[in-house]
Design a protein around this ligand. Sequence first.
Ligand SMILES: [Zn+2]
Length: 279
Amino acid sequence: MSQFFGSIGRGLRGKKPDKPKPSPLLSASGNSGNGGASGSSGNSGNSGGSFIPISGNLMPGSPSGPRITQKPLFLCKPFVTSQLVKGSFSTIVVLPRYVDQGEWLALNLFEFFDMLNKFYGVVQEFCTPQACPSMSAGPGLDYSWLDANKKPLRLPATTYIEYVLQWISNRINDESIFPTKANPATTSTDGGFPQNFYVTCKAIYKQMFRVFAHIYHTHFAKIVHMSLEAHFNSFFAHFIHFARAFELLERRDIEPLRSLIDSFEEQGLFKDNERSREQ
Ligand SMILES: [Zn+2]
């Protein structure tokens, strides 16, 4: 499966015009050092450096499109039941025996990020400021970006996602958060990860979820058009299963895709089976 995704990614990568431009907002929002995501204030809800959701995460009254009253496409059959594999993802989610949890979180986070980047690459050409004037996650739900002065900004989804991907990329390339070398100074129990590691992971997952939510709510037809719905659903189910297993997403954060997650639950994708426990 990863080989397949890899080839998609590479193919589309070549077509991508350029890398995200450095953003003045990013550099202004504590990108270096501790930043907002480290949660030094203990306010992990406001994670993500500059993106603090306003009024419980979502801004009502999106002008980005007509109110959709029918079921979103991703909840319709056969798409909602389209999966690469039948059965639970437990075997690839549960912490393998004798493996450091920090390492397991870091490795999976890298992979989810890499794959999400590729999936966004697939729909990116359709995610224009005209098509997506806001970072929408369904009718009436828009994420706002907070600028350096914590002022909420309504950005086109493409800009918002570009900032998010760059922000995550900066985090995971930060040796102080995601060390690539064993640190002899640390004890064997903490795996060499810093104190704020878990909070940073949560902040990253929260932002990754928003990208999923935008793709599902706005670009799912393109995913179907390319016959990628089974891949995307499986990828999302894996992501959610992992986040649930390690409590990386808050209940309120997953609201925009709650119905889809419930459906996956009913399909048994999150079942905690005996075999996975044994590994
Ligand atoms: Zn879009």
